[in-house]
Design a protein around this ligand. Structure first.
Ligand code: GAF
Length: 410
């Protein structure tokens, strides 16, 4: 069998060298600076962000790098090591529905900052990334967040220097993705890329109106003392959130909340003293002949509960005990939310059979990546078992990453 493929993160120096050279080859002169932002893994709390629920991501060591120089006019010119040619637009032409291609994620950030009242000029920029693309590890959010901190710095906006300011940058990057790139995502990925901290997971609470201290609470996440590690498996089954399935899940949740007369499904959470789950499911029954709405609701409500309990265990230094919550999350996403796929299920089943303490899909699903909590001494065994299972099933070979909780956009 061929050797398993590991995706290593670049050092900051390598990332800066790559985009610096690409900038100089593509545009005259040098960039004003280099900025970068990480992809993320979500430990638990999936499809809860757009339901005002809880999520618990960490930032990856894998980052997207941007070398940028502002311009006098409002022209944007972009090159990427991952794309052909120069992507160009004038900022005055950026509007919902008017932009196509990967530059939508970038020009959308400039547009959203302008909408929020900031002055943003045009720019030339070069991009390169070691965040695997289309792998459910937030390569889009890493791109948006790297540009958010770059435009913040060259425009002297001063937002990236405080967590409250970073929360504003999250809003801008989320609007870029929703309104300009057209992906109806919920803000988890942008929050993780801009607000996570090295050595910590971030307990995100998406109830509207919370102040920054309440909406993102860092939770120390150090697996070393327990002899554990977090293994990420990129299944190579590509996914996209611009496609209809993600939007359909979101629409079903909004419909269920509307039928129940609630602002969001979070109000069902037992811990908030809102309506109980059983009562909500009974109320939905007459509107839900095939049971789909009730399954979606059951996932969302139980997932926020699992996330709170997972975070409590981590706070108590009991990360070795979170495995059952990971497995329950995966089962709920597979059976009730129906966003898993054959490749993700194969990783989870194989990793657990080979000794992982827990495993689950991470991110939006329909492809992408899974995570496994593994004793350090078992990593090679689990990796070999997963690679072998993919080969036996005739699937494209997966790739593997290690995910120590890393630093945010800077
Ligand atoms: C994707 C989305 F971008 C997030 O907003 C979130 O909904 C996630 O899927 C599922 O938890 O990553």
């Amino acid at each position: 069998m061929t050797e398993p493929q590991w995706l290593e993160a670049w050092s900051a120096e390598e990332g800066a060298r790559r985009v610096g050279e690409l900038f100089t080859r593509s545009f005259e002169g040098s960039p004003d600076g280099v900025w970068s932002a990480p992809g993320r893994v979500n430990l638990i709390g999936e499809h809860t962000d757009y339901n005002a629920g809880l999520c618990l991501p960490t930032a990856l060591p894998h980052r997207t790098y941007v070398a940028l120089r502002p311009r006098e006019d409002d022209r944007v010119r972009l090159v990427s090591a991952q794309a052909e040619g120069v992507w160009e637009i004038s900022l005055s032409d950026v509007a919902p529905g008017a932009v196509t291609g990967w530059g939508a994620y970038v020009s959308g950030v400039a547009w959203a900052l302008t909408q929020a009242g900031h002055k943003v000029s045009g720019f030339d920029a070069a991009v390169d990334s070691c965040v695997p693309f289309g792998a459910g590890l937030s390569s889009s959010a890493a791109l948006e967040a790297a540009f958010a901190v770059a435009l913040d710095a060259v425009g002297g906006l001063g937002l990236a220097t405080s967590d409250a300011g970073r929360a504003e940058l999250v809003d801008a990057t989320r609007r870029a993705e929703n309104e300009i790139a057209g992906a109806p995502t919920g803000g988890l990925d942008q929050s993780a890329s801009l607000r996570c901290r090295e050595g910590y997971a971030l307990l995100l609470d998406f109830r509207p109106g919370l102040d920054p201290l309440e909406s993102a609470v860092p939770v120390p996440f150090d697996l070393e003392p327990a002899g554990l590690t977090l293994l990420v498996v990129d299944t190579r089954a590509e996914h996209s959130h611009v496609s209809g399935e993600y939007g359909a899940r979101r629409a079903a949740c909004e419909r269920a909340a509307g039928l129940l007369g609630l602002a969001s499904l979070r109000e069902i959470a037992p811990t908030l003293g809102g309506v109980g789950l059983d009562r909500a499911l009974a109320e939905l029954e007459p509107h839900d002949p095939d049971g789909v709405l009730r399954r979606r609701v059951r996932h969302v409500v139980s997932e926020t509960d699992r996330t709170a309990r997972f975070a409590d265990l981590v706070r108590e230094g009991r990360a070795a005990d979170v495995g059952p919550f990971m497995l329950a999350s995966h089962a709920s996403l597979r059976d009730d939310y129906e966003v898993s796929c054959r490749e993700l299920d194969l990783v989870v089943d194989t990793a657990v059979a080979a000794g992982a303490l827990g495993a689950r899909m991470t991110g939006g699903g329909f492809g992408g990546s899974a995570i496994a909590l593994v004793r350090r001494s078992d990593v090679d065994t689990v990796v070999a078992a997963v690679a072998g299972a993919f080969a036996d099933a005739g699937l494209t070979a997966p790739a593997f990453l290690l995910a120590p909780p890393s630093a945010p956009a800077a």
